[in-house]
Ligand binder design. Structure first.
Ligand code: TRP
Length: 360
């Protein structure tokens, strides 16, 4: 990944340190914060999303932190030509969120950003606060251009991080749970907030500079042992998979030639990854699981994993099936969310117009 060359460990460690402090303060003052988080509607979620971000969102919302979950449907247009499934994917995301334990309320809602025109309108002043050079050196954007194989790159690709600033700032979100790849976008959002305040409202800032909350869960590798679990690489276990499908996928997972099971992420990444997934399900340390399996070998490791994962996901999957048969309810959740987001966006846009001296 290009990104790892650009972000030094020092910078990352500093971000991690800040994130830990933030986590502690959220526990003490949940109402001081507003979490804004989001996904692109490119498909259903897999267990990597579940352990990496979804569980965390559920936890924060249950702690009483206002939590807004945005579905970045416009962003899908930046790196692919296919748009026929956006609406379907949006609804599948909602089903995954609800099944995982997100409970919509006045302080917790889900909506597609395309339904909030007043938030999107912040794009125009925000674009005047960043330079072309800044946009074209964003390491995550560069990486995405490379991966997408796009022959010519549309301007939306370079500008979507500014749109992400609109996503976060329209509601004055001050906490963004992110993975490492999203840190450059958050850095840009912070710059936009700071520059906006300095230029238009130096006496009393309009926008907060949101902070990154980094996931504590180590990222999960694909079942083929490659760097990232993703549906497009065919190495993922979807939350919506049946128990049988889950068992079959795990049976095919890559391990190594050594029979005796040990937890050694450095030298045995594939085995360590499976142990880590079991650990995320059971709460037991991966070393202890490895010791218990030991001579049982790869076969036993996979049986243990199948059982642990299917058991952990069973309530979610039962709920998922119920939600699948309530499309009207899913649509209503999105419409309600959009309505709540819009109310906030209208107020913010009014304030922004006022400080920019554009009120008539
Ligand atoms: N860029 C994010 C991704 O690719 C999705 C996203 C869009 C987002 N707007 C956001 C994430 C606002 C957090 C906050 O996954």
């Amino acid at each position: 990944m290009i990104f790892s060359f650009i972000m030094t460990n020092d910078t990352f460690d500093a971000a991690l340190e800040r994130s830990k402090k933030l986590e502690q303060d959220i526990q003490i003052n949940p109402k001081k914060y507003k979490v804004l988080t989001g996904d692109r509607p490119t498909g259903r979620l897999h267990i990597g999303h579940y352990f990496g971000s979804l569980q965390n969102r559920v936890r924060l919302s249950k702690m009483g932190v206002p939590t807004y979950i945005l579905i970045a449907d416009y962003q899908v247009l930046t790196d692919r030509d296919v748009f026929s499934e956006i609406s379907q994917n949006t609804k599948q995301l909602v089903i995954d969120y609800l099944a995982a334990g997100i409970v919509p309320s006045d302080e917790v809602f889900i909506y597609p950003h395309s339904y909030v025109p007043e938030a999107n309108q912040l794009m125009l002043p925000f674009l005047t606060l960043v330079t072309n050079a800044e946009l074209s050196r964003n390491p995550t954007v560069k990486e995405e251009i490379l991966v997408s194989g796009l022959k010519s790159v549309n301007a939306g690709m370079y500008m979507y991080p500014v749109h992400q600033a609109c996503d976060i700032l329209f509601c004055k979100g001050n906490v963004v749970p992110v993975g490492k790849d999203q840190l450059p976008h958050l850095e840009l959002t912070r710059s936009i907030a700071r520059r906006f305040n300095e230029k238009f409202s130096p006496e009393s800032p309009v926008f907060p500079e949101p902070q990154a909350l980094l996931s504590k869960t180590p990222s999960i590798l694909g079942l083929d042992g490659s760097q990232k679990m993703s549906k497009s690489r065919g190495n993922a276990i979807m939350l919506s998979a049946t128990e049988d499908e889950t068992a079959k996928l795990i049976k095919k997972a890559k391990t190594d030639g050594e029979r005796f099971i040990t937890y050694d992420p450095e030298n045995r990444p594939e085995v360590a990854n499976l142990l880590m997934i079991i650990s995320l399900c059971t709460g037991e340390e991966p070393q202890a699981i490895a010791e218990r399996i030991g001579d049982g070998g790869g076969g036993m490791l996979k049986n243990v994993m199948t059982e642990a994962l299917n058991e952990t996901l069973r309530p979610l999957r039962t709920e998922r099936t119920k939600l699948e048969s309530s499309p009207d309810y899913i649509r209503q959740v999105l419409l309600d969310g959009a309505k709540k987001a819009r109310k906030i966006a209208i107020e913010t846009l009014d304030e922004v117009r006022r400080v920019m001296n554009m009120e008539i």
